[in-house]
Design a protein around this ligand. Structure first.
Ligand code: NAP
Ligand code: SF4
Length: 675
């Protein structure tokens, strides 16, 4: 593979006794594929596609060394030879495709989602209602032996090594940090006692498996929780793990219960590479950087600056299995970039669903999409170039159909163009449009911009099928005074067309309401640099404090904004599980209240009149922004159907409630496969 574009990233490296073909690691992803009835063929398809796509080393999803450590009911445990069959087909397929593969050994400790939960102490995590049982001293010994046994079984399955999961707040981290370890035996108390658990796991694993087996240790490079390790303690742990026999240090950032975002879209790219760079100075084994590295240039820069020796990316391989091959063959502009939304990966996992990817609906569904092309090639019109329309048009053209994509605006993208104006979303949503633009171009879709497709036109042009992806119309609730000059729609606000005053009411607290509140209160457009991000969230990159936390710098909001909703539900209930808290925390810091249980009465010169529990109130605002959801825009469909033309509605045009890009891209892609 050529390395001319990314000379360091794509150069080989020796880790332990293993030569990797490049420095790209596919990081561990919890997909829940193992819970599916046809798990093995699906896991083989998932991993082998990524290995064929060029990664140097694959790290599997977490597998527990014993029953208590499993993630949830049905999750993988490797504790006996009978279970090797769950692993060997995957290992063989990855090897056949030229990549190395290590098994991630993960004991979840107090994060486990099952009744047999254990931990260093009997205290529950703030993000898990289950109270753990404290492990006895004997049980700690037994658990270490289970880790060693799991590593031996991994070697038997053909794995090149293991990654010991010692970050993100799982059991190993729970032992190392005073936050979760108040034990009084030799496994708790002093720093030396607290790190004994991971050091013994590494030492005994090396002793049992000898020098050739790769042992990677994923260290929590900055805990980002109170009662976490100090920077000096992280350094000492790194050195101890190296001396005990680890071949490489992968890095993890924060615990799952941290209240600092570490992987969301709004985290600047490579923001946490500094934590890997710190460790590189104190150990001589290779160090791996991770977190919000989603394009090859970012990865190359980290390596070229000497901040790390390898780069681990996990979600970017859900988004694009061919990431490496595209980077290596001068096709970076074809990479489907992970936008850090977490909507189809983490949010699915947190709600017990199979992971997939917003920008790539084939992820974890590989076996459902056939490469066989349709025999009959059709002439297809797609009306609307939002995510649904773009995904459908590009996929249909790639499958051999002749496709014309109509867009009434002067550019493609639809609602993505609105999303990319929100602070923190600019870069990644622009990448998504760039990706589709390239795909449409490469697949030969005829894109007609500035054309408002009408029924007669479409009939005259004799399309075999018309796909209506015309999206949504923002809903303007029927409130007295809705025509008052104070009332504006969210699209006008986000696109900068509307004048917005100093005091603002936002009607609606869904994703859009939160986005608008962030936009209107942002001290400036986006916190895009590392120092600004660290200031806003109270990260101490010198890790001189426990957990690397400090007081966040107070932000002065640009406006006084109040959000309102009719229901009594939690205001962020409509937002994604893994990112909703970030939006709420940000707006809390900016003093944005949410008033629930409202009945709206009217808007007039005095402001917004509403009542709560029958009590009349007035918000004396200059502007009322309507973020009250959407209705489908499907006016084209009926006349076309009447004219006998095959019509399919997709995305927001089919169903506007809970409209999101994930469903839109999925529907567009799947429809194109059915044509
Ligand atoms: P939404 O999530 O459905 O929220 C609509 C809001 O409007 C609710 O707060 C609802 O609250 C209120 N509402 C609905 N009908 C109303 C009416 N007739 N009068 C007054 N208020 C009304 O819709 P959205 O905020 O437009 O978001 C659309 C989709 O975009 C979401 O499904 C989401 O997936 C996606 N999105 C997500 C994000 C994100 O997660 N950051 C950002 C942008 C978009 P009450 O009914 O309680 O009043
Ligand atoms: Fe990335 Fe979003 Fe896909 Fe997850 S769902 S892999 S965060 S683009």
């Amino acid at each position: 593979m050529s390395n001319e574009n990314y000379p360091v990233l794509l150069s080989p490296i020796t880790v332990g006794a293993h030569e990797l073909r490049n420095r790209v690691i596919m990081g561990s992803l919890h997909t829940r594929l193992e819970n599916e009835p046809d798990a093995i063929p699906r896991l083989v398809a998932f991993y082998s596609e990524r290995a064929r796509g060029g990664v140097g080393l694959v790290i599997t999803g977490g597998t527990s060394p014993n029953f208590e450590g499993r993630v949830e009911e049905g999750a993988q445990v490797l504790d006996s030879e009978e279970k090797l069959l769950e692993h060997t087909p995957v290992v063989d397929a990855v090897h056949e495709a030229g990549a190395k593969i290590v098994l991630q050994v993960l004991h979840t400790g107090i994060y486990a989602k099952h009744p047999q939960i254990v931990g260093p102490c009997a205290s529950a995590s703030p993000i898990n209602r289950r109270v753990p049982r404290e492990m006895s001293s004997d049980e700690v010994e037994r658990t270490i032996n289970d880790f060693v046994k799991c590593a031996l079984l991994a070697r038997q399955a053909g794995y090149d090594g293991i990654e010991l999961m010692g970050s993100e707040g799982y059991l190993i981290t729970q032992f190392t940090a005073p936050r979760t370890n108040q034990r009084t035996d030799k496994w708790g108390g002093s720093f030396e006692n607290r790190i004994r658990f991971p050091v013994e796991i590494v030492r005994r694993t090396r002793e049992s498996l000898g020098p050739g087996f790769l042992i990677m240790y994923r260290i929590s490079a900055i805990d980002l929780v109170e009662g976490g390790l100090t920077g000096e303690e992280v350094n000492q742990l790194a050195r101890a793990v190296e001396s005990a026999g680890a071949d490489a240090l992968n890095t993890g950032i924060g615990w799952h219960e941290s209240v600092v975002p570490t992987i969301a879209t709004s985290v600047p790219r490579a923001a946490f590479a500094f934590a890997a760079a710190r460790l590189k100075k104190v150990v001589s084994i290779p160090v791996v950087a991770s977190n919000r590295i989603n394009m090859p240039a970012t990865a190359e820069e980290i390596l070229a600056k000497g901040e790390a020796d390898l780069v681990s990316m996990a979600r970017p391989f859900l988004a694009d299995p061919e990431f490496v091959i595209k980077a290596a063959t001068g096709r970076t502009d074809e990479i489907n970039t992970c936008i850090g939304c977490n909507q189809a990966c983490l949010d699915h996992i947190f709600t017990d669903r199979l992971a997939t990817c917003l920008v790539n609906p084939k992820a974890c569904h590989e076996t459902e999409f056939s490469d066989e092309l349709p025999e009959v090639k059709r002439r297809i019109a797609v009306v609307g170039s939002g995510p649904a329309g773009m995904a459908c048009a590009a996929t249909a053209a790639e499958r051999g159909h002749q496709v014309v994509l109509f867009e009434s605006n002067q550019d493609i993208g639809g609602q993505l163009n609105i999303a990319r104006r929100i602070p923190g979303k600019e870069q990644e949503f622009s990448e998504l449009i760039r990706y589709f633009r390239k795909r449409l171009d490469k697949s030969g879709v005829e894109v007609r911009l500035g054309v408002l497709a009408d029924t007669e036109d479409l009939i005259r042009q004799k399309f075999d099928h018309v796909i209506v992806a015309t999206g949504i119309k923002p809903r303007i609730p029927d409130i007295e005074g809705r025509g008052h000059p104070k009332v504006v729609g969210y699209i006008d606000v986000i696109s900068g067309r509307a004048q917005v005053g100093e005091q603002v009411a936002i009607i609606g607290t869904g994703g859009i309401g939160h986005d608008v509140a962030e936009l209107l209160t942002a001290p400036k457009r986006g916190v895009t640099t590392n120092p600004e991000f660290f200031d806003a969230w109270g990260v101490d990159p010198s890790i001189s404090t426990r957990g690397g936390l400090r007081e966040p710098v107070k932000e002065t909001p640009a406006r006084k904004v109040t959000m309102l909703q009719r229901s009594d539900t939690k205001p962020s209930a409509r937002l994604g599980k893994s990112t909703g808290w970030i939006h709420r925390a940000k707006l809390n810091k900016r003093g944005v209240p949410v008033i629930t249980g409202c009945t709206y009465h009217k808007v007039d010169d005095a402001g917004l009149h509403y009542s709560v529990d029958g009590e009349m109130r007035i918000l004396p605002v200059d502007t009322v922004v309507m973020c009250a959801g959407q209705d489908p825009e499907q006016s084209l469909a009926q006349p076309l159907e009447k004219a006998g033309i095959g019509v399919t509605l997709i995305g927001g045009a089919r169903f506007a409630s809970e409209l999101d890009a994930k469903r839109a891209i999925d529907e567009g892609t799947r429809l194109a496969y059915s044509l």
